[in-house]
Design a protein around this ligand. Sequence first.
Ligand code: HDD
Length: 747
Amino acid sequence: MTANPNPDPAAESGVPGRPGAKPSSLEEPTQPHGPLPPKPDQSGPETVSPTGQATGEDPARSAQSGAYLTTAQGVRLYESDHSLKAGSRGPVLLQDHHLREKITHFDHERIPERVVHARGAAAHGVFRSYGTASRLTKAAFLGDDVETPVFVRFSTVLGSRGSADTVRDTRGFATKFYTEEGTFDLVGNNIPVFFIQDAVKFPDVIHAGKPHPDREIPQAQSAHDTFWDFVSLHTEATHHTLWNMSDRGIPRSFRMMEGFGVHTFRLVAQDGGTTLVKFHWKPRLGVHSLVWEEAQLVAGMDPDFHRRDLFDAIEAGAYPEWELGVQTFPDTPEQTFEGIDLLDPTKIVPEELAPVQPVGLLTLNANTKNFFAETEQVAFHPGHLVPGIDITDDPLLAGRLFSYLDTQISRLGGPNFAQLPINRPHAPVNDMLRDGMHQTAVHTGVAPYRPNSLDGGCPFLAGADTGAYIETPVQIPTSNKVREAPQSFGDHFGQPRLFWLSMTPTEREHIIAAYTFELSKCYEQAVKERALTVLANIDPVLCEGVAAGLGLPVPPATVPFADVRPSPALSQLGATWPLDGRVIGIVADENDAAGMEAVRAFRAAALSAGTVPLVIAAAGGVLDAEGDAVAVQRTFAAARSTEFDALYVAACPAPGLDAQGARDAKAGHIATDAASLDPRVALLLTEAYRHGKAVGCTGEGATALEAARLPMDAPVLVVGDDAGQVLSELAGLLGSHRVWQRFPAAV
Ligand code: HDD
C-alpha cells in the first residue's frame, strides 16, 4: 500500500469520515436523519406508486437518508470542495469520478420550461364536494361530502420561468384532482374566453405574443407589434384581448382571481343522462386587481409578488378558498343556449342567464416542499377525465387533447412522467404501458397484453357498473370534410361590447388606459390603426379614448353594434369582501410618544380584525424598548406602497431619520421639523393615494399627510383622533378593495 502523498492535517484529527479517523465500523456517527421535517402546512398529499402502493415513507427509498455525504451510488465522501489533482498546483485528474458525476448532474439540472405558462406557483389542498352535482354526474368526487386531495398551479402565459409575476397577461388556473377513480385535471384560466376558436392557430397566437424572434424582447408582455398585429388581423381574439386590457389582466393575488374551465364540458349522470356545463372557480376573498402603475412597480420591487403572497398566506394559515360552480345547459343537438354557441370558446354565457351553481369548496392548505419536484414537474392535461365528465366538440379543446400529452414527452423527457410523485394517481394503476425513458416501476408478470392466458388473464376489463370510463355515445353530424368554422363563430364584436357595457366608468377608464399604453409601444402605424378599427366595432367611447391617447384619427365602425344586455356580474366593483390577510402599513416614529401609544392601539385592533399590520420606521429593530416594545417590520428604505393594501400614519417622521438620526433625535441631538416629512414616507403616501388605497392618520400623522400634499378632504383619507375608530373606518374602505371614488369617472 502506498503512503498518502498529500496528507490532510484534518486526517490526523480523528474527525469521523476523514481519512485517518478511526471509526470502528460503518456505523453512522450520529443518528441518521433526513432533511428537517416539513412544517405543518407543507405536508402534501400521500402519493402512491404506479401500481397503487404508498410511497415515500420507506427511509431506504427516500431522497435523502444517512448522515454522510455520498455519491449518487451511496459511497461516502471525505471531501467535496477540491478536485482530485496531481499535487495541489497540478492538473486535475480525469479519474475524479466525484467531480465528473457532480458537474454532469449539474449540467443537466434544467429541463425545458413550458412553452407557455412557464412562470407559475402551486400549492396542495383539498376539494370537498357538496353533493349538489350528484344528480348531474356520476363522478365520485362530486358525490355528497367527498374529500379529494388536489394540487393547483397558477401561472402567467407569456413570460419565461424567471419573469415577473405582475405583468399584464392571462393567468393559468390548473387543478389536479387525485380522485379515487383516477386523476381529473381542470386546466383553466382566470379569463373565461380564449383568443382563438381553433387549436390549429395556437402556435400562431403564441408566436405573436412571445418576444420577437430577432432580439427576444419584450419579455412577458403583449405590448408589442406582433401581438397587436395578430389580434387585429384575427378579430376572434377581440373578446379575450379586452379582458386582458381590463383589470383582470393584473390580478392583486392568485387568491383573488376567478377561474374558468373555458370550454363547455358534458356531465354524465348515473342513468346516462347528459348536461352541458361550464366550470367556474369563485374566490372567497373576491376578485381584485392591482392598478397598472402598481403592477409595473411591483415587477421591479418584488417580481415574485404573487408567488410570495400565496406561499405566505398558506404558511400563515390564511388558506385561500374557492367555490367550484357550474353553469348548466340542456344537451341539445344544437349545443347553443339563448343563441350563444356553446362550442365557441370566445363566448361566455352571462351569469344572469345561467347562474353559477356551487358544487364544492377548494381549500389550499399546504405549500410545496420542493418547487422542481412538484410545481415544475406537474403535468396537466385536459384529457385527464374521470367517469361522469366528458368533452364536447369545441375545436379548441380537440387540439388541446393532443397537445398536453405531447408536450410532456419533451418537457419531462419521455412517456413515463405519470410516475413522478406529483403526477401519480391516487387510484390503483394497472396499465400495460411498459419500459421507456425514466421507467421507475418494476413491472412483474410476463404478459403485458390482453387477452392473455399466462398472467391469469389479468388485468381484467371494467364495465359501466365497475367504474369504467365509457365515452358518451354522442351522435356525430354527417357532413363533408371541410376546413372552416361554423357561421355562428363569425360574431367577434357582440360579446366584447357586452363586456365593455358591463364595466363601471372606473373600469372603463382603466381599459382605455391599458389599450393606450400597449398600442403606444407599437412601432408600426398600420398595426395601431388596425387595432383602432377593431375598437371602433366594440364602442365609440372606447375607440375615441384610445385614439385620443395615440393621437390618431377615430376610424368608423365596420359592423353594426350588437344589441346586448350588460352583465353586472362581470364587474369587479360594488361588493364588499372579507379582510383576511389584508396588509396595513403603520408609519411610526419612536420620537413621538403619543404616536407610539396610537401605534400600539391600532396594531392590536388590526390584528383582531384579521388583517396583517406591518410597522414601518426609520430603522429596523424595536421601537420604544423601555415601554411596551413594538417590532419594526419594514424600514423607510425598504418599504414601498405596493406591499400595503392600506396605510395608517401615526407620526410625521422628519427627513434623514435613518438609524443614527433616529437615535440622535431621540436623545435631542437634532431637532425635527414637524412640517417636513421624510421623502420616502411622502412617496409611500402619495403612491398609496394615487392607487386609491385607504390612508388613515391620528395625531402628527395629519401633519405628514399635509406635508405630502394630499387633499385632506379626499375620500381615501380617514383623519381621526382615536386609532381604533380610524381602523374601523379603514376596514370599511378596505372591504371594497380600493376607494373607488378616488379614480375620476371619466367615461
Ligand atoms: Fe394550454 C399549458 C390553459 C389552450 C397547449 N394551458 C397550459 C396551462 C394552462 C393552460 C393553465 C399550464 C398548466 C400547468 O400549470 O402546467 N390552455 C389553457 C386554456 C386554454 C388553452 C384555458 C384554452 C381554453 N393550450 C391551449 C391550446 C393549446 C395549448 C389551444 C395547443 C393546441 N397549454 C398547451 C401546452 C401546455 C399548456 C403546450 C404548455 C405546458 C403544458 O401544456 O404542460 O401543451
